[in-house]
Design a protein around this ligand. Structure first.
Ligand SMILES: Nc1ncnc2c1ncn2[C@@H]1O[C@H](COP(=O)(O)OP(=O)(O)O)[C@@H](O)[C@H]1O
Ligand SMILES: [Mg+2]
Length: 604
């Protein structure tokens, strides 16, 4: 992403419009022309009034054809004006939705290139709000407010010009109160207080989004622990804060806004005394009386564009704050890509003195000087108590995060020297928390290899032992997960993700507790599936069922982010106390789980 210029507010918005700017400007021009037409009725009223008043003493002299002509002109102006306004609005909307689409696609692209650390810091709800609401506000700006702004300004300039042309004193009597009203308004609005307020408003909104997502996602926990929206403190507190904020915000502005409205809506109060005063010098001046009357009639007409302009100013602030938050995402640094990527030709994984901390600022290292090699064609297992850093090791490989010190190489090539795409091409994952999209099962497997043929997809599903249960579903492979109550069990979901990995058929395979949700019955099915998957691959496996790994060529024992020992099951069982106690705990729990009958033969 290129570095952002320091453009803000209106200019940044126009910049964001990018190549769709032309469409936006056309929308502006057309709506300006529409305003010119819409002014005709005002002139018509003036002409008609002038004619009527001129002959007020002798109504027979009134030129009725002149009245009809102006009435027709006024009507026609209005029709054409509204028609053009409609066209301008259409163009504005087309421009807006295209721009919105462009920004969302760019945002989504950018998010995809960010390190996982970014998602660690930014809650789902907050990002959702930015992608949805903040981007949406740009639509309001481009489709409604931008054309409105243009035609409001044109309308005001013309109206004011016309007023000055008719009578300087009345014009001043109308303009000065408006200027004064704006002054009160802006001195309050543009102040620091308003700015801080807006930031707080956005923060409060983001908090609500975050905690509401948590509230819904955490529904099972909320239910079983008998929580309510009142006792789920965070959500409740966030809603309360938001409400407090809104009340305070309204409080801040009510005085200035009310005075502003009063002044602008009562222009006649200013015009009338000036007019009467001037008229008192020359009571016979009919032309002057017409002008006065005209001003009294159109004064309310001036207030409409003024209010529009005023609300425009405040919503521009709101949009600018949203754009700032969008820009903050664009400004986040993506994972560094090498200029000229290298591709490994062999697939041994080597960790060399790797240290890592999730939070760059904190000194708590989750991994400390980890060194090991996972040779190709072999099974390397990671074991250790929960929290010892097994998953972290697995997640450093696809560069969800980058190492703090040391290096990770694949076939001798540092993974930071590889293009992300090339790196992902050689890695296959099965995670503990599988994520299935709410799409068809077929498409969920296809993610492994988007250009696979249906035969390949079915073969992968068979190998992963999920063909049978899929075939039994009402729509088979076309069943959409999460729709019409179709959900898979944890074990089934994992087998679908194994199918993905089999389909991908990458030379390196990383399994992070891939059988964690499997019950004893489908665990054996999982085992069959995995046997299929790990043939001739470099395999890194993390498993809490130690039976899965006791045949591994190499077992690495982790303790608090350090390598405690390395060796075969037999070696470790004879010399490593941590491994011994883990093995003991494991075998006892297996006994407890399935009893003597189910006790497995373990090669000791
Ligand atoms: N996304 C994360 N952000 C911050 N800390 C994390 C994150 N994931 C794991 N940790 C911390 O890193 C340590 C190792 O975790 P992990 O690698 O998941 O352990 P294991 O897989 O061995 O159970 C733990 O102390 C955990 O709290
Ligand atoms: Mg883990």
């Amino acid at each position: 992403m290129r570095l952002l210029k320091s453009e803000t507010g209106l200019f940044r918005l126009i910049e964001l419009a990018g190549e769709k700017k032309a469409l936006m400007i056309w929308a502006g021009i057309i709506s300006t022309v529409s305003v010119l037409f819409l002014l005709i009725p005002f002139i018509a009223v003036y002409e008609v009034m002038a004619e009527l008043l001129k002959h007020a003493a002798d109504t027979k002299k009134i030129d009725s054809s002149l009245l009809i002509t102006w009435a027709l002109r006024g009507g026609l102006g209005m029709i054409l004006g509204y028609f053009l306004m409609y066209i301008g609005g259409m163009l504005g909307h087309i421009a807006a939705f295209r721009i919105l689409y462009g920004i969302r696609v760019r945002l989504a692209d950018h998010l995809g290139d960010l390190p996982m650390g970014f998602f660690n810091k930014n809650a789902t709800g907050k990002l959702k709000k930015i992608i949805e609401l903040d981007v949406e506000k740009i639509e309001i700006f481009i489709a409604h407010q931008f054309p409105d702004l243009i035609n409001t300004v044109v309308m005001l300039v013309l109206m004011i010009g016309f007023m000055f042309f008719l009578n300087i004193w009345f014009a001043l009597a109308s303009i000065l109160p408006i200027v004064f009203g704006f002054f009160i308004q802006f001195s309050m609005m543009a102040g620091k207080k308003a700015h801080v307020g807006l930031k707080e408003y956005f923060d409060a909104l983001e908090e609500i989004n975050t905690s509401s997502v948590q509230y819904v996602k955490g529904m099972p926990a909320i239910k079983v622990f008998g929580q309510t929206v009142h006792s789920f403190r965070r959500f409740y507190q966030d809603m309360l804060n938001y409400q407090k904020f809104c009340v305070q915000y309204t409080d801040n502005f009510q005085n200035s806004y009310v005075s502003f409205r009063v002044v602008v809506l009562s222009l006649a109060t200013f015009i009338l005394p000036v007019g009467l005063f001037l008229l008192s010098g020359d009571p016979q001046n009919v032309a002057f009386a017409i002008t006065l009357l005209f001003f009294l009639v159109i004064a309310p007409g001036v207030s409409t564009p003024i209010f529009k302009l005023n609300s425009f100013a405040s919503s521009l602030n709101i949009i600018a704050e949203g754009v700032k938050r969008i820009d903050r995402i664009f400004a986040e640094k993506t994972i560094a890509e090498p200029q000229k990527g290298q591709k490994p030709t062999s697939f041994a994984i080597e960790f060399r003195e790797v240290s890592f901390a999730y939070d760059a600022k904190e000194s708590v290292e989750v991994l400390k000087k980890i060194s090991f090699t996972a040779p190709p064609g072999q099974l390397t297992a990671l074991v250790g108590p929960s929290g010892s850093g097994k998953s972290t090791i697995a997640q450093l490989l696809p560069r969800f995060w980058d190492v703090k010190e040391g290096s990770i190489t694949i076939g001798g090539v540092d993974i930071r020297e590889m293009k992300t795409k090339d790196l992902m091409d050689v890695l296959s994952f099965v995670f503990q928390d599988t994520f299935l999209f709410s799409d068809t099962l077929y498409n969920n497997i296809l993610i492994g290899k988007p250009d696979a043929t249906p035969e390949e997809v079915y073969a992968a599903a068979r190998a992963a032992q999920c063909h049978n249960f899929i075939a039994e579903l009402p729509q088979g492979y076309d069943t959409v997960i999460g729709e019409e109550g179709v959900y898979l069990s944890g074990g089934e979901e994992q087998r679908v993700s194994v199918a993905r990995a089999i389909l991908k058929n990458a030379p390196i395979l990383i399994l992070d507790e891939a059988t964690a949700y499997a019950d004893p019955e489908n665990e054996s099915q999982m085992q069959v599936a995995l046997q299929e998957l790990i043939k001739d691959k470099t395999v890194l496996i993390i498993a809490h069922r130690l039976t899965t790994i006791c045949e591994a060529n190499q077992i690495i024992v982790l303790r608090e982010g350090k390598i405690d020992d390395m060796g075969s099951h037999r070696d470790l069982l004879s010399r490593n106390s941590l491994y011994q106690s883990m093995w003991q705990a494991y075998t006892t729990s297996e006994d407890w789980q399935i009893g003597e009958l189910g006790k497995k033969e373990v090669p000791v």
